[in-house]
Design a protein around this ligand. Structure first.
Ligand code: ATP
Ligand code: MG
Length: 391
């Protein structure tokens, strides 16, 4: 059983259709035909999620959502998807203002409903169950020593693996001009981004929560702007503030950045607790890692703030791990195996291998990496690692 869903709709044929679809997906379904009945059922026992039609009698959907949000205790949050026939922006805004987490315009495809429900349940189910424990607030920068070495691949899949360990994870696309998390995760340009955050008159945790985007994995996303020119709106000071706010909400704030040592990236490196420098065993990468090591020294950071991650570790490059370590005069802490097909097909389908092929060689390699990362971070926070797996 996947959980109980309260369906609030006064149209019997819609009720029947939703009931069949949801039961087929393994949900237990409860029905309410009007607003007061919906509130009563929620008060008796909050479901895992509410599907709420906007036009039900008694109290309409907007009023029901508003009441629930006003009456919910601290740390509780029942996910609400508003069902509406209203296509214009005002209707959507009204639903979100009333406290809905998402909305669907009728008629919708069952697959879309199912995907949105899963992502909301993963998002709020785990945060509700973790209420009481403060977030670990670890900021981890994933820095690509060179373009195309696999930084985004590792950042995204490590984020999912950490989520699977029961952690609350937000993934930030710090490649502000040409970020490609929307491509890797099959998300449209209409999704909110960091630009919506920095354009607001002031930033706080509630605003951040309304801008991060849920992913089916349960990882939340702060996306890069939809177009490169908007990246200029984000300043280093913004990034500092955003990362601090995220650290107050999540166990891990994973920031994917590229090799440029310019102001914004330097701010991310500065605020990060750990920098994972992703590299491959080739000469230009080794040269860049050496420059990064020097920069770290100039900036006065502890050398152990930086960890090296050798990606595609078993690919033939003519330079072995040992000789790379010799050239850098330091150890390489982590390795991720080479599996081009697995990596590229995940990219092309928009479904990360850690979700669709966690059991592949590549999936297991990144999962091992994430477990080692979590072990170090959790011990530092005085927590047991790893946390309970998500069911
Ligand atoms: N472990 C791996 N084995 C095989 N191929 C990989 C691996 N990791 C990444 N790749 C492939 O390398 C390519 C580049 O990956 P990715 O976009 O993650 O790198 P990046 O460093 O973030 O690049 P960019 O500089 O564009 O941001 C992709 O085609 C990806 O599928
Ligand atoms: Mg990248």
């Amino acid at each position: 059983m996947t959980g109980k869903v309260l369906v609030v709709d006064d149209d019997a044929s819609v009720q029947r259709l939703l009931q069949q679809t949801l039961q087929h997906e393994g949900y237990e379904v409860q029905l309410a035909s009007d607003g007061p009945d919906a509130l009563r059922q929620w008060q008796q026992e909050p479901p895992a999620l509410i599907l709420l039609d906007t036009t039900v009698a008694g109290l309409d959907g907007y009023e029901v959502a508003t009441r629930i949000r006003a009456e919910e205790g601290p740390g509780r949050h029942v996910p609400i998807i508003m069902l509406t026939t209203d296509r214009d922006v005002q209707g959507k805004v009204r639903a979100l203002r009333a406290g809905a987490d998402d909305y669907l315009i009728k008629p919708f495809h069952p697959a879309e409903l199912s995907a949105r429900m899963k992502s909301l349940i993963a998002r709020f189910g785990s945060s509700n169950s973790l209420v009481g424990r403060p977030p670990m607030g670890r900021i981890h920068a994933y820095y690509g020593a060179k373009g195309g070495v696999g930084t985004t691949t590792i950042a995204i899949n490590a984020a999912i693996a950490l989520k699977e360990l029961g952690r609350r994870v937000v993934l930030v696309d710090g490649n502000l001009q040409f970020g490609d998390h929307r491509v890797f995760l099959d998300l449209g340009l209409d999704r909110k981004s960091i630009v919506d955050l920095v354009s607001a008159p002031s930033m706080d945790a509630d605003l951040v929560k309304s801008i991060v985007q849920p992913h089916d994995s349960g990882v939340e996303l702060l996306l890069a702007p939809p177009s490169p020119e908007a990246a200029d709106l984000v300043t280093p000071a913004h990034l500092h503030q955003i990362l601090e706010l995220l650290a107050g909400l999540y166990d891990y704030v994973i920031v994917d950045i590229d090799k440029r040592l310019e102001d914004r990236n330097l701010m991310v490196l500065d605020v990060a607790e750990t920098i994972f420098a992703v590299m491959t065993a080739d000469l230009s990468c080794l040269k860049n890692v050496r420059l990064l090591l020097e920069t770290i020294g100039h900036l006065g950071y502890e050398q152990n703030k930086l960890k090296l991650v050798l990606n595609r570790s078993n690919a033939f490059t003519g330079i072995s791990t040992k000789s790379a370590e010799g050239a850098l005069r330091r150890p390489i802490e982590f390795q991720v195996v080479n599996e081009y097909r697995g990596a590229i097909s995940a990219l092309n389908t928009g479904s990360p291998f850690m979700l669709s092929k966690a059991d592949s060689v590549l999936g297991r390699s990144v999962a091992d990496f994430a477990r080692a990362v979590d072990k170090g971070a959790a011990q530092g926070a005085g927590l047991l690692a790893p946390a309970a797996s998500r069911s």
